[in-house]
Each structure stands twice: as C-alpha cells, then as structure tokens.
Design a protein around this ligand. Structure first.
Ligand code: UDX
Ligand code: ADP
Length: 460
C-alpha cells in the first residue's frame, strides 16, 4: 500500500475540525484537507482572527495556528479533496431521525450515505475510508456496499475509528488519548492508520479490533458514561429527601477503586450530541433483534435523565409559590457543559421550555453561546411559535444584566466564572426573597446563605 501523503476529512464540525487539526499538527509531512459543504463554516475556519473559529475549544486556536496554511487546509471543494486523498475520514453529523421508521431513536444516516455516494462517484484511485462519526453498528457494511458497487475498479478499504474526545477538553483528549480504537478487516489499511496515530500516541494505546467491535465499543462507552450520570442523578433525588449530600456520597463511593471517582457529578441532566443519541441507537439495535429486556434497561438511562430536567424545572415553579407566570428567571449558562459553545441536547433548553410553558420570562447569559443559537434551540423544539420564544426569552451579554431584577437564578452550566461573580451585588439587584437554583452544585452554599439568598442545589 502507498504511504499516506494526503488525508481528507469530510465534515468540519466539532469532531472533524479539532481531530484533523491535531493530526495535521502532529504529522507535518501529511497534507490534511478538511472539507464541508457549509461555506460559512469553512470561511470561519479560515478566518485570520482565530477568535472566530466555528468551534470553541481551549487550545484549539494554537493548534490551528501551527498547522493552517502549512499542511492543514479548509475548503468547500469536496470533490477535489476526495479525488486527491489517500485516506478519507467521514466526520459528518448523524442526528437522531426526525421522521419515518426509527423516528426519535435511530440515527439518520442520510449524510453518511451521501458522502459514500460522492466518494464512489469521484474517486479514481484506491482509498482508505475511515468512519469517524458515531454510527450504529454495521454502518460500515452499508458504506462498503455502496463503495464496492461503483464498477470503477477502484478499491476501498473501510476502517472504523471512533472518536472518544469530550468537548471542552477536545485538544487535550486528542493529544493524550486514553486509547485509540481502530476496527477493520484489511491489515495493511489498519497499519496505515496505526502509523498516523503512532506519530504521537504510544503504540500500546492503539487497539485494533474487527469492524463491528469497534463500532459497538463507541456506543457502549457512551452508554456506560451516561449510565453513571443517570445513576448518580437518581441518587441525588434520594439525597434531597433523606438529608444525605450527593457530593459526599459520590466521594465515598468513588474512592472504591472498582467504582472510581469520575463521572459521578450530579447535575440537572446530561446533554451533548452523543449520550442520548448513542443510547437511543443501542436501544434501537436491541429492539431490532427483539432483545426487549436489553432495550428497556438502557432506555431507563434516558428516562431518568428526562426526569431530572423536568424535576429541576418543577422545583423552581413549586418554590416560587407555584407560579412563574411573568416572573423573571435568569439562566446562567446555556451550553451542555462548560468550556464549549455547543448546545446540542443541553439540559438548559428543556428546563427553559418547561418554564416557558408556564409563561415565565427567561433571561439567558452564557459566555460562549449566541442569542441566535438560543432561539434556534427553542424554535427547533416546536413547542411554541418563534414569536412567542422571542417574546418570552431575552439573551444578554452581561451576566449582571441577566440577574438584575430577577425573581430567581438558575445555574444550568458549570462555567467557572459564575463562582467569581460579585454575589453581594447580584443580591442587591434581585427581587426578594432571592432564589438560586443550582443545577450543577457549583456555588458556595455558605457564602450565598450568608448573603441572604435562598439556595437550592441538586442533591442536597
Ligand atoms: C461524550 C464522551 O465523554 C466522549 O468520549 C464522546 O466522544 C462524546 O460524548 P461530551 O458529550 O463532549 O463527550 O461530554 P461529557 O464530558 O461526556 O459530558 C456529557 C454530559 O454529561 C454533559 O452535559 C455533562 O455536564 C454531563 N455530566 C458529565 C454530568 O452531569 N456529570 C458528570 O459527572 C459528567
Ligand atoms: P459533529 O459533532 O459530529 O462533528 P457537526 O454537525 O458539528 O457534527 O459537523 C458535521 C459537519 O458535516 C457539518 O458542518 C456539515 O455541514 C458537514 N457535512 C454533512 N454532510 C456533508 C457532506 N455530504 N459533504 C460535506 N460536508 C458535510
């Protein structure tokens, strides 16, 4: 097999952008081109002001600055990039289906299939095609079937190389991964991808498996992580009625080396583009094979997560004397976790939706999320008209403006800066009694209570 000189990545999103930037930084002799059909997104990746990159990740600007224009290129010319590449990563979005069979559960593979067809139509030389997007098990089979039936005499080898990076720590996770997983059938193709990662990842951390194990491992890793969050969130509700403190419980159980301390932070509910989608995929696959007990077991992780979001919103309503109609509720945070501008499946969206149903006035402040994105998220739910969302929701750029004259503050994202606000100034500007509902157990109860806030935190 030829040495890999040119790599193309289709999809310049949260996965493709950071991942391929790090590959380019670490492999200066390989030319990496990231393509996307979204012209605005590519323009933003090419923006001379690195503050305008379309994905916010700590440290990403430095990686892009080191490689862009040297061996890292962003382009909208998908055909050219496919034609020239030795290896093609597919990093396009695979949202949950919103129509037809598997609606609300199965992954929509429309974008993946379009990519495969485009590669099939354009390629004139042999290629290694790497699945990077999270996909249901056996997607590689579909890819292979499309690529092997072009009749063009071009050979395609398909690899699965799931991405385990977490947003907010993407660059760190890519630079120093716990493991790299490569699934495939062709030894030479597998070796070609191993050689790329071996530029910076110790060989013993690069695992190779068959295609299906690799695809399934990605879903299972996310399902296990989400399950831990739902498990501790279930216990948070129990803590609230029994007088236990969920942080103390997490600490006590996390010191058992068999359980471990990570992913035991109770919250208003997990969000992000992966957890819910991947579990729904797992549930869908299990049901397809008539494994209903397996499907029900994993589905419960999602049901508990939905319950946690609803219960947080209901607690706000109940505490504010059973009505939030016309009351001003300030949201600190809209992103699904700190250090990202990504809002996909963020708990904040669902909590807001619930409060808006009760005609609350919601004022949002998030250090990285734009007003446009907040409205887009709410409009996407389709619960009320876009006009109603704009009438009830205001997005501001100054946190003190958000909380001014508010009946209550709800902390939805664990941004560090919230801890350092002038809480005495905030208290002075708020309606009395001044309520804080901390969905992240982020703030200091003692400090807030001394200032006269009525403070509620998940799991206390
Ligand atoms: C996840 C996986 O971690 C990553 O390996 C995979 O590639 C993509 O999906 P991500 O969604 O970016 O990454 O973020 P993650 O840190 O896993 O957090 C997911 C959600 O769970 C967030 O909303 C977070 O706030 C929440 N969470 C996480 C908790 O509520 N408590 C915890 O203890 C950990
Ligand atoms: P992820 O979190 O998986 O990276 P994103 O939605 O952030 O998902 O990014 C996926 C990107 O893939 C989007 O920018 C989208 O425009 C792009 N994309 C989807 N299908 C194609 C295609 N056929 N050709 C080029 N780009 C595509």
């Amino acid at each position: 097999m030829r040495a890999i000189k040119k790599i193309t990545c289709i999809g310049a999103g949260y996965v493709g952008g950071p991942t391929m930037s790090v590959v380019a930084q670490r492999c200066p002799e390989i030319e990496v081109t990231i393509v996307d059909m979204n012209t605005a997104r590519i323009a933003a990746w090419n923006d001379s002001d690195l503050a305008n990159l379309p994905v916010y990740e700590p440290g990403l600007d430095e990686v892009v600055a080191a490689a862009r224009g040297r061996n890292l290129f962003f382009s909208t010319d998908v055909d050219k990039a496919i034609e020239e590449a030795d290896m093609i990563f597919i990093s396009v979005n695979t949202p949950t289906k919103t129509y037809g069979k598997g609606k609300g559960q199965a992954a929509d593979l429309k974008f993946i299939e379009l990519c495969a067809r485009q590669i099939a139509a354009v390629a004139t030389s042999d290629k290694i095609v790497v699945e990077k997007s999270t996909l249901p098990v056996r997607t590689a089979e579909a890819l292979k079937s499309i690529l092997d039936n072009t009749g063009s005499g071009v050979n395609f080898h398909i690899l699965s190389n799931p991405e385990f990076l977490a947003e907010g720590t993407a660059v760190q996770d890519l630079q120093n991964p716990d493991r790299v997983l490569i699934g495939g059938e062709d030894a030479e193709a597998i070796q070609a991808l191993v050689d790329i990662y071996a530029h910076w990842v110790p060989r013993e951390k690069i695992i190779t498996t068959n295609l299906w194990s690799s695809e399934l491992s990605k879903l299972v890793a996310n399902a296990f992580l989400a399950q831990r969050v739902s498990s501790i969130n279930a216990i948070s509700e129990l803590c609230e009625v029994t007088g236990a403190d969920v942080n103390e419980v997490s600490r006590a159980i996390g010191m058992d080396s068999r359980i471990g301390p990570k992913f035991l932070k109770a919250s208003v509910g997990f969000g992000g583009s992966c957890f819910q989608k991947d579990i729904l995929n797992l549930v869908y696959i299990a049901r397809t094979y008539n494994l209903h007990a397996v499907a029900d077991y994993w589905e419960q992780v999602i049901l508990l997560n939905d319950h946690q979001k609803v219960r947080f919103a209901e607690n706000i309503i109940k505490t504010l004397y059973n009505t939030v109609n016309g009351k001003k509720i300030a949201f600190l945070g809209w992103a699904f976790k700190k250090d990202t501008n990504d809002t996909r499946e963020s708990a904040a969206i669902y909590v807001a939706d619930h409060l808006l149903d009760e005609e609350a006035e919601v004022i949002v402040y998030d250090p990285k999320v734009s007003a446009e994105q907040v409205y887009k998220d709410l409009d996407y739910l389709g619960t009320r008209s876009p006009e109603a969302n704009r009438r009830l929701v205001t997005v501001v750029e100054d946190p003190y403006e958000a909380v001014n004259d508010a009946h209550a503050i709800a902390v939805l994202t664990e941004w560090d800066e919230f801890k350092n606000y002038d809480w005495s100034k905030i208290k002075a500007g708020m309606k009395k009694p001044s309520f804080v509902f901390d969905g992240r157990k982020l703030l200091d109860r003692k400090q807030l209570e001394e200032l006269g806030f009525v403070y509620y935190a998940i799991g206390e």
